[in-house]
Design a protein around this ligand. Structure first.
Ligand SMILES: [Fe+2]
Ligand SMILES: [Fe+2]
Length: 279
């Protein structure tokens, strides 16, 4: 699916309309699969038709139950062979065993690129270097802290400073990577996170735990740099759809929320990401 495409130097949005065929991208996404040994041999069937339905697969963290390389290997074996570009961020569960580096290595060895404060440009479609779409994905795990009117601040004990400081650092990385992608002139930009940038997609969760589910700092980063879509997971009891204060579309793709193995979102110059029926 991946192919060389021409370099677009900051293409104006209206140029995307010049070729209907190549002016959109289909993004399959999910989070919170929490893979474990019992899923061995059972996942790939759920994703068998994905390459016909989507151009790329994005994984929004909590890929394992407890963050062991063996659990990651289950997911890697099941999804690695899929013939589409695959990019992921880790979630808090993937850090639990303090083996996140090994988890990352297992996933990357299978062809699942793990973003931890990095951005990747995926070249999609096109023939002979012409007419392709360049999708930029900036990935960070994100972290908590809460939202406007009910958030933590980096004040007081070192533990509190460390908590909020972690979120700040990741939000700054996200903003820089989204800005890098804009400067590279990609056609579409996606912010891929595990924690939520907005409270809207947490609706359904207990209000008391919102500060552990996401942070407004992530939304500020997305809004300052700009993006076409922001994806996250983590909030199993939340809601699928929301927008940042500046209007960037946000989707909570945690499997318990989308109630499907994955969701497919179509990005086009038209604006709001259309949702295709999942498998
Ligand atoms: Fe989860
Ligand atoms: Fe999580």
């Amino acid at each position: 699916m991946s192919a060389p495409s021409p370099f677009f130097s900051d293409p104006p949005r209206q140029d995307r309309g010049g070729s209907q065929k190549n002016s959109s991208v289909r993004i399959a996404a999910f989070g919170d699969v929490h893979a474990g040994a019992e899923m061995c041999g059972r996942l790939h069937e759920q994703f068998a038709h994905l390459p016909e339905r989507a151009d790329v697969l994005l994984l929004a963290g909590d890929l394992t139950k407890c963050g062991t390389p063996d659990e990651a290997r289950v997911l890697a074996d099941e999804l690695g062979p899929l013939p589409v570009p695959k990019l992921a961020v880790l979630g808090n569960h993937d850090y639990h065993a303090d083996q996140q580096d090994k988890v990352t290595a297992v996933l990357e060895d299978s062809g699942i690129r793990v973003l931890d404060g990095q951005a990747e440009i995926v070249e999609l479609g096109g023939q002979g270097g012409q007419g392709g779409v360049r999708l930029g994905v900036a990935g960070v795990k994100g972290f908590g802290g809460g939202f406007a009117g009910a958030c933590g601040s980096d004040f007081g004990e070192p533990e509190m400073k460390a908590f909020v400081g972690h979120t700040k650092r990741l939000a700054e990385q996200l903003e820089r990577r989204l800005t890098d992608l804009a400067e590279a002139g990609v056609d579409f930009r996606v912010a891929l996170m595990h924690y939520s940038p907005i409270p809207e997609t947490l609706q359904g969760e207990r209000l008391e735990i919102y500060p552990f589910l996401g942070s407004y700092l992530l939304a500020e980063a997305v809004d300052r740099a700009g993006a076409d879509l922001a994806l996250h997971g983590h909030a199993h009891g939340g809601s699928e759809k929301g927008t940042t204060p500046a209007g960037v579309h946000v989707r909570n793709v945690a499997q318990p929320v989308i109630k499907a193995p994955y969701r497919v979102y179509c990005l086009s110059a038209a604006g709001e990401p259309d949702c295709e029926a999942p498998s």
